[in-house]
Design a protein around this ligand. Structure first.
Ligand SMILES: Cc1cc2nc3c(=O)[nH]c(=O)nc-3n(C[C@H](O)[C@H](O)[C@H](O)COP(=O)(O)O)c2cc1C
Ligand code: SF4
Length: 516
């Protein structure tokens, strides 16, 4: 009799020794090791799960040095040990989630078609194959799904534009550049359940009339690249891709392309330039990519999680998906808890969950044991939110009303030792380094921002510096060509507004109006 053991091959688990644990277990007679994705409880990685008659019993974090003791305690039969956590689905961190898009991540062997189908994979695509393109688009529209990559634009409207734009060639492009601080959901999905992305992109192709798709992946994700390459090959062999998708006579091909490592290449038009082999600079708009995108052709360009979410919409129906959420923010989001938290990881919940629930009920408060002071939500261009606003529900409109963004759902927590003036300075510095250089407010403004802040912190004519700073933020916000320069003022202004003392100011300095 053999015992099946799951050891994640997710990059986060590998970074803390999962490969050595997997090798040690595989060397034991009677043990079959399956490398799965991560369940998203990063503080427990490497999280080893042993298949027993009582279910998959989890142990973690497991190091090679722990193994002799664990094995002596009967781990392979689900034995008791200090590192034993029981069945993953019963752990509060996991049980209280609403896993739709990430339902299979960590559960299955990522590139096994049989595993994928056994856990509900492929139902969305089969349904889509029986529908007319306009019906697929209508379902996505009705689901209320909005782009998960940052701008939260309704996916159905984007797809309808591509469908309604006549062209002999159209494309589907997946934005897998994932460069925001504290984000890893795209990576986790690609490494843990790549067929969901393949399926979502194929559905997108059927919906808009595209026969070719490209995944633009950040070069910092070699593990995701390896899994995707294998998944695309397996999917093609199984008839999921190619000239005759699942025997339907319909065609869709998929290729993986690697980025060279630039934050702004996540911006959709810069991404398209890069994909065309040019320097990754932002394009003037209009035309929008849905009308003239890759090689000037209509292109449905979406984030990894957006495309993956479409499989649930098509499998379970638009109404099922739309019934999750709050206000105009429908469905679920994979929140990524990072920074100074005791239990960092991935939490998929319907919109409407509060920051406080995520930070304390899931995240367990700070890792340092000190009070949490602020969080930055939505990446390096997101606003800083102070502790008194932690009851804010995660909902695009509720955040916009506070001058903040939900973005890709990355949440980075800071305790009371953080210097918010330095964080504001960092926002300008980051923008100066990553700016594509095409427009003056961002290219010059970010560098001037660092200088003005330095003078303010050195107490050189502070009132004057403050006035210049507000002017500069106003110019960047309203005159930049893309959100890179346009949103850099968000972290700067929120830090100034909520933490004036860190800038040597007595109270929040009133600044010019800002857009919501
Ligand atoms: C500077 C900058 C960086 C961005 N980086 C990403 C990224 O890494 N991944 C992503 O999906 N969207 C990113 N976006 C948003 C994309 O431009 C675009 O809105 C998104 O990929 C569209 O897909 P969605 O509608 O599915 O969200 C970025 C935008 C800006 C301005
Ligand atoms: S705002 Fe910055 S990144 Fe965007 S186009 Fe202008 S220079 Fe390029």
């Amino acid at each position: 009799m053999t015992t099946t053991v799951y050891v994640p091959a997710d990059a986060s688990a590998r970074s803390v020794g999962a490969d050595a644990v997997a090798a040690a277990l595989a060397a034991r007679p009677g043990v079959t090791v399956i490398r799965n994705g991560s369940r998203g409880m990063m503080w427990l990685e490497p999280l080893v799960e042993v298949v027993t008659p009582q279910g998959r019993i989890a142990y973690g974090p497991v190091t090679v040095d722990d193994l002799p003791q664990l094995l002596a305690a009967g781990m392979l039969g689900g034995g008791t040990h200090a590192l034993r956590h029981g069945v993953v689905e019963s752990l509060p961190y996991y049980a209280r989630q609403e896993r739709l898009t990430f339902a299979r991540v960590g559960l299955i062997d990522p590139t096994s078609v049989a595993d994928y189908e056994a856990k509900g994979g492929g139902v969305g695509l089969r349904n889509a194959l029986a529908m007319a393109p306009a019906e697929i688009v209508a379902a996505v529209l009705e689901s209320g799904l909005r782009g998960r990559g940052g701008a939260a634009f309704p996916t159905g409207i984007k797809w309808k534009t591509v469908l309604d734009t006549p062209s002999s060639q159209k494309y589907v492009v997946c934005n897998a550049d994932e460069g925001d601080s504290g984000t890893f959901s795209d990576r986790m999905l690609m490494e843990g359940d790549p067929f969901t992305l393949v399926e979502g992109m194929t559905i997108a192709g059927l919906a808009v009339g595209a026969t070719q798709g490209y995944i633009y992946l950040r070069s910092e994700y070699p593990d995701a690249a390896a899994v995707l390459r294998r998944a695309i090959a397996v999917a093609r062999d199984a008839g999921w891709l190619g000239d005759d998708i699942l025997g339907s006579g319909r065609r869709f091909e998929l290729e993986l392309r690697m980025g060279a490592g630039s934050y702004v290449c996540g911006e959709e038009t810069a991404l398209l330039e890069s994909l065309e082999g040019k320097r990754g600079q932002v394009r003037y708009r209009p035309p929008v990519p849905a009308k003239q995108g890759l090689f000037g052709r209509p292109t449905a360009l979406n984030n990894v999680v957006t495309l993956a979410s479409v499989t649930t919409v098509l499998a379970k129906g638009a109404a099922f998906y739309r019934d999750f959420g709050a206000g105009r923010s429908r469905g679920t989001l994979a929140f990524q808890l990072a920074g100074n938290l005791a239990r960092g990881g991935l939490v998929e919940r319907a919109f409407g969950v509060t920051l406080r629930e995520l930070l304390y009920d899931y995240g367990g408060g700070s890792a340092s044991g000190r009070p949490l002071r602020a969080v930055q939500v939505g990446g390096p261009l997101g606003a800083y939110i102070p502790e008194r606003d932690f009851d804010l529900p995660l909902d695009y409109e509720a955040f916009a009303a506070k001058g903040a963004i939900v973005g890709h759902g990355g949440i980075v927590a800071f305790d009371d030792t953080v210097d918010m003036a330095q964080m504001a300075r960092y926002a300008f510095e980051f923008c100066a380094i990553e700016s594509c250089g095409k427009c003056t407010p961002c290219r010059i403004g970010a560098t001037r921002g660092v200088e003005v802040l330095d003078r303010l912190l050195a107490r050189e004519q502070p009132a004057r510096q403050l006035a210049v700073l507000h002017d500069l933020c106003d110019t960047m916000e309203h005159a930049s060509l893309c959100a890179m320069g346009g949103m850099t003022p968000y972290p700067v202004r929120s830090a100034l507004q909520h933490f004036p003392g860190d800038f040597g100011l007595e109270q929040a300095a009133p600044g010019p109006s800002r857009r919501p």
